[in-house]
Design a protein around this ligand. Sequence first.
Ligand code: UD1
Length: 434
Amino acid sequence: MDKFVIRGGNPLVGTIRVSGAKNSALPCMAAALLTEDEVILENIPQVHDIETERKLLVSMGADVNLGYGRAQHRTTICCKNLSDPVAKYEIVKTMRASSLVLGPLVARIGMARVALPGGCAIGGRPIDLHIKGLEKMGATITQEHGYLEARATRLKGAHIFFDKITVTGTEDLLMAAVLADGETLLENCAREPEVADTAALLTSMGAKIEGAGTSTIRVQGVTSLHGARHRINPDRIEAGTFLIAGAITQGDLIVDNCNPAHLGALIDKLTQMGVSVETIAPDQLRVRASHPLYAVDMSTEEYPGFPTDMQAQFMALATQADGVSQIKENIFENRFMHVQELVRMGANIKVDGRVATVRGKTTLSSAAVMCSDLRASASLVLAAMVADGETILDRVYHMDRGYERFEEKLRSVGAQIRRMGNVFATKDTAPENI
Ligand code: UD1
């Protein structure tokens, strides 16, 4: 299993480039199931979850050419022949976003079998809202032997209100609605940029969608979609992680190829802490910080609120701020697994239910620590970059699921970080995370 060896103390200085958003790329790859034609996606990140989705599509009969190394990380997908519309447990258990194929498969070929994802390290993560929505659109859902089977001759438009805001649930039902008969009204939708990105691809494939990116989406179903070419948005969570990397190391970092408009809640918190974040070009932010930093409270919310996917990284920064920061996790019930590892590095953090109280500033010291999920891993790398001595971070396969060449990018701006072991070894058996 790969490890990172990180020596703290260097400020990050220079320009660091953000890759395409994993959480946009996953639904966009699933959207290719909706047409017989070729879909070309640019700016696909080279991360392990994308490789998992490639395997998933290929196992169903699709042709997927992940064009890394070619210009713009271009991926070509052709789902003309879908001989086996089944998302098998071996794949679904390693990546819960596999449930994104449910809506497109039923919409296009009238049937899907998807393994139930099971539990997950950061909480229950059910898919009941995907199921309820498809039932409202006329699908018959049965469950047997750990698999969910959905069937419909043709889905019909429906009025769906999400009881809870769900990102992949919104994307899944949006993809189902585009080929349904008649109008679908989706209410209380997720407003995340990844939903709007998926809708932009669907629109260029011929779908009729209004309101994506707002809480109400209206879709007029069409009978078929055609091929398209689409460029994936920059990854706002990777960009946010780099902003915190610049701030925590008291660096001067330019975060390139990002969309500042997607980072409002984080930039606001960083500014309150005393970090300088400037938009220096439409796709570039410059972050500079000199300590002391001030403690601020933060609560995770659905977009445009503070993203739960930045909570762990923000907590690492809060350990370096003077005073008491209260961090509340509202989206997932068990997303504080990084806390015990940060405490092992010297942080003063107490958890009570959904609230973590961080008392700073604490001096962090190196330790042997373990990644527990994707964003928790990023938080530990950030902490290690300001700790005394050499931190050994184990199980970095979690990191590889969602960050492209993370250690190389950080090293290019001055971090002392290196990988030990075989890249991409053992990840097929990695437990689910996000
Ligand atoms: C997506 C992101 C993930 C991010 C999360 C919240 C992808 C691939 N992953 O995950 O990185 O952390 O959004 O921003 O895009 N829920 C239900 N029933 C459902 C679906 C969800 O109760 O059918 C609940 C979940 O348990 C959770 C909340 O809704 O408490 C939000 O989950 P959701 O937005 O669905 O997360 P994902 O789409 O899985």
